[in-house]
Design a protein around this ligand. Structure first.
Ligand code: HEC
Length: 157
């Protein structure tokens, strides 16, 4: 009576094992693809940074980070136009500590010692530390490999 009930069980279990292996494999491959070079932030960090950038920075630095025209010439009010954040600018000439300080405290607090005027606002009061880190991680995606490698080797100061 109970004889024929058993044989279907092993194939069913086998299918579960195969399904589990397939899912685990897909998750493993996904994680592998997302984790590119050392210290590369996860894609959620980049997505957060992109949203913060478009909402707070793009009006001056440009939607794609191209900056404002004639960004190297001081204007009548003594300020410089917003520089590009892509490889054509000089954001990548500064170490993380300096860039984070500029974003938190603004251009005048960082550069204004000699009475220099700056149009870069301070974001430390409106963005969280996580958002500021994320926006910098996003800005780095606008650089090429050469700029990223150069910037990563700068001494932190
Ligand atoms: C109101 C316009 C404006 C907005 C908005 C703005 N910036 Fe700036 N930013 C500037 C200007 C102008 C400079 C150049 C400052 C100087 O040299 O005096 C600058 C400089 C910088 C620098 C230094 C770049 C370098 O090469 O030295 C960083 C980093 C930066 N901004 C990041 C940001 C981020 C991140 C945001 C958004 C959270 C942002 N900025 C929003 C105008 C702006």
């Amino acid at each position: 009576m109970s004889g024929p009930a058993h044989p279907p069980r092993p194939p069913c279990l086998l299918r579960w094992i195969l399904a589990f292996v397939a899912v685990a494999g897909a998750v493993g491959l996904g994680a592998c693809g997302a984790a590119a070079p050392d210290r590369e932030p996860g894609t959620e960090v980049i997505a957060l940074g992109a949203a913060v950038y478009q909402a707070n920075c793009a009006t001056c630095h440009g939607v794609s980070g191209a900056g404002q025209p004639n960004w190297q010439s001081r204007q009548a009010d003594g300020t410089l136009p917003a520089p590009p954040h892509d490889a054509s600018g000089h954001t990548w000439h500064h170490p993380d500590a300096v860039l984070l300080d500029i974003i938190r405290r603004g251009g005048e607090a960082v550069y204004g010692g000699a009475g220099l005027r700056s149009g870069m606002p301070a974001f430390g009061g409106q963005l969280t530390a996580e958002e500021i880190d994320a926006v910098l991680a996003y800005i780095k995606t606008l650089w090429g490999d050469a700029e990223r490698e150069y910037q990563e080797r700068l001494p932190e100061q």
